[in-house]
Ligand binder design. Structure first.
Ligand SMILES: Cc1ncc(COP(=O)(O)O)c(C=O)c1O
Length: 496
C-alpha cells in the first residue's frame, strides 16, 4: 500500500497516473458535444450505489475506466458554449495547472510553518486585489472557500464591530447577547441568500435582514434605504451593515455604490460589497468604472471562481482595516501562539475562519503570471459584450420577454405564448417556462437557469463563456421555445 503514497520513491507512478488522468479528461473535453448527457438521478444513482467501496480495483487505469461511467461521461461541462446555467465559468489552463501543483505539494495555508511561499503568495494576491479595489493602506483579507463564506466572514466582523460600538456607547454595561437582537442588516431584495443565512448563523435571525426594494433595473432603491436606516435608528435599533451587491446573481445589476457608501457613512454603518460576481470588472480594461464607489467599502467579497475564470474554489474577502480581522482570531498553543504574532510570523489562520486551508491562491497567481490582469479582464469584457448582443436578440424576438438590459452578463427572460385569440393563463405560462428548462436539461443540448421575477417563472442565461456565440443564444432560444410550445400545445389540447 505504501506504493500509493506520493513521495520520493513514487514520483514516477505519480507522473504516469496523473498524466493518464489528464489524458482522459483532455480526450473528454475535446469530444464533448453537449454540456451534459441528460443522465437522470434514477439512472445514475444505482450505478454509484452499486459500487462496493470495500473492494478496491487497485489498478489506477481500471479506476479511471470506472470513473468514466460514474462521473466523467455524464458530468456537466461548464466549458461547453451552450452551458448557460449558473454562475460557473470555463477555467483557464494556468489555473488548472496551479490546481495540480497545489494538491500535490498540499501546503496548508493556516500557518507559515506549513506553507512558506504559499503564505506570501496569498498575501501578495490579497494586497493586489485590495489595491485594485482601492481599499487603502490598511487593507487586508483572506482567501475563502467561496462567496457565501466571504459574505459570512465579512458580516461576522461587521457584527462584532457593531457590538463593540454599541457596548462602548452605552451608559450601562451591556452583554453582547443584549446587543444582538438590536442589530439590523440592510440589503436589496435581489441580493444573494447567503446574506440572510449569515444573519441566522450569526445569531441575529433572518428577521435581522431588512430587504430594500430594487428599482426597475434591479438596483437597490437608495431612497428607501435612507428611510429604512432612519426608522431603524428611531426605533432604538442599530444598523449593523449595509450589504450592497456588485453583480446580483439573477440580473448582474450593480447597486448604486457611491450613494450607499454615503448613507452607510452617515449612519456609521459597515458597508459590505458583495462583488462575488462583479469582481471581474476589477480587471476589465474598459468597464472598471462600473464598480466606482466600491473603494469606500469596509469589506468586499470577490469570487475568482465566477469572473476570473478560476476553478472552484477560489474566493476572498477583503477589509479596509486589517485590525477588524481580529474578531476571527484565536491563538492556540499548538498552532499559532500569541508569541508568534508578536514575532510577526505570518500565520494566515489568525485571519481566517478555517484552520487547514487550501492554497487556492496559487491558481490566481499562475493565471496572472501567465495571462496578466488585462488578459483576464478582456475575457470578462467579451462575455459582457455577448450579453448586450443577446439582449438585442431576445428583445427583438416576439416569443420572449426580457427583463433588464444587462450591466454584466445575465439575461432573464420568459417565454410568452402568442396564440391568436387564445388567452393563456399565467400559471400555465409559468409551467411552460419551467417545462422548457427541464426538458432542455434532460435533452443535454444546453443548460439554462431559471428564477422568479415578481412571482412569475423566468428563464435565465448566465453568460461566462467567451466561446459562446450569438448563434448559440439564438439556437438555445429556439430549443426553449419549441419545448414550451409543445408543452402548451399538449396542455391546451387536454383542456379543450
Ligand atoms: C452575488 C453572489 N454572492 C454570493 C454568492 C455565493 O458564492 P458561492 O457560491 O461561491 O458561495 C453568489 C453565488 O452565486 C452570488 O451570486
Amino acid at each position: 500500500m505504501r506504493s500509493h503514497l506520493l513521495n520520493e520513491t513514487t514520483a514516477d507512478l505519480y507522473r504516469r497516473s496523473v498524466t493518464e488522468g489528464v489524458e482522459r479528461v483532455a480526450a473528454k473535453l475535446a469530444t464533448t458535444e453537449r454540456p451534459h448527457t441528460g443522465m437522470s438521478v434514477d439512472e445514475l444513482a444505482p450505478v454509484i450505489n452499486g459500487i462496493d467501496l470495500d473492494r478496491p480495483l487497485e489498478d489506477p487505469a481500471a479506476v479511471l475506466d470506472e470513473l468514466e461511467e460514474v462521473y466523467l461521461r455524464d458530468a456537466v461541462y461548464f466549458h461547453h458554449p451552450r452551458y448557460l446555467g449558473h454562475l460557473n465559468c470555463p477555467v483557464v489552463i494556468p489555473a488548472v495547472l496551479g490546481e495540480a501543483v497545489l494538491s500535490a505539494v498540499n501546503s496548508s495555508l493556516d500557518t507559515w510553518d506549513q506553507s512558506i511561499g504559499g503564505t506570501l503568495i496569498e498575501r501578495r494576491l490579497i494586497d493586489w486585489t485590495a489595491g485594485r479595489i482601492g481599499l487603502g493602506p490598511d487593507a487586508d483579507g483572506i482567501f475563502t472557500s467561496g462567496g457565501s463564506q466571504s459574505n459570512f466572514h465579512s458580516l461576522l466582523l461587521a457584527r462584532d464591530e457593531a457590538c463593540r460600538t454599541v457596548m462602548q456607547n452605552s451608559h450601562r454595561p451591556l452583554a453582547k447577547s443584549e446587543v444582538l437582537p438590536k442589530l439590523r442588516i440592510f440589503t436589496s431584495e435581489a441580493s444573494h441568500f447567503s446574506v440572510k443565512k449569515s444573519a441566522a448563523m450569526l445569531g441575529l435571525g433572518y428577521e435581522a435582514v431588512i430587504a430594500v426594494p430594487v428599482d426597475r433595473n434591479r438596483r437597490m432603491d437608495t431612497s428607501v434605504l435612507a428611510l429604512e436606516l432612519e426608522s431603524c435608528v428611531r426605533e432604538g435599533l442599530f444598523p449593523m451593515a449595509v450589504v450592497a451587491t456588485a453583480g446580483t446573481t439573477d440580473f448582474g445589476s450593480i447597486d448604486p455604490l457611491p450613494e450607499i457608501a454615503r448613507l452607510a457613512a452617515e449612519h456609521s454603518t459597515w458597508m459590505h460589497v458583495d462583488a462575488a460576481y462583479g469582481c471581474g470588472l476589477l480587471v476589465s480594461p474598459t468597464r472598471r468604472h462600473l464598480l466606482d464607489g466600491i473603494e469606500h467599502a469596509n469589506s468586499v467579497t470577490v469570487d475568482y471562481h465566477k469572473s476570473f475564470f478560476q476553478p472552484v474554489s477560489s474566493s476572498a474577502m477583503l477589509v479596509r482595516d486589517r485590525d477588524t480581522l481580529k474578531h476571527a482570531t484565536y491563538h492556540a498553543d499548538y498552532l499559532n501562539p500569541r508569541r508568534m504574532a508578536e514575532e510577526r510570523i505570518p500565520n494566515q489562520v489568525d485571519k481566517s475562519i478555517q484552520t487547514t486551508r487550501r492554497f487556492d491562491a496559487l491558481k490566481l497567481w499562475m493565471t496572472l503570471r501567465t495571462m496578466g490582469a488585462d488578459g483576464l479582464g478582456s475575457l470578462f469584457d467579451e462575455v459582457i459584450d455577448l450579453a448586450a448582443a443577446g439582449w438585442d436578440i431576445i428583445d427583438a424576438d416576439p416569443r420572449f420577454e426580457v427583463v433588464v438590459r444587462p450591466q454584466i452578463s445575465t439575461l432573464v427572460f420568459r417565454y410568452v405564448p402568442r396564440l391568436d385569440g387564445v388567452e393563456v393563463r399565467n400559471d400555465l405560462v409559468d409551467e411552460a417556462n419551467l417545462h422548457a428548462r427541464k426538458a432542455l436539461f434532460a435533452s443535454g443540448e444546453a443548460v439554462v437557469a431559471g428564477t422568479k421575477v415578481d412571482g412569475d417563472q423566468y428563464l435565465k442565461f448566465t453568460l461566462l463563456n467567451p466561446q459562446t456565440t450569438t448563434a448559440d443564444i439564438a439556437a438555445v432560444l429556439d430549443l426553449l421555445a419549441a419545448h414550451a410550445e409543445q408543452f402548451l400545445g399538449e396542455s391546451l389540447a387536454v383542456h379543450h
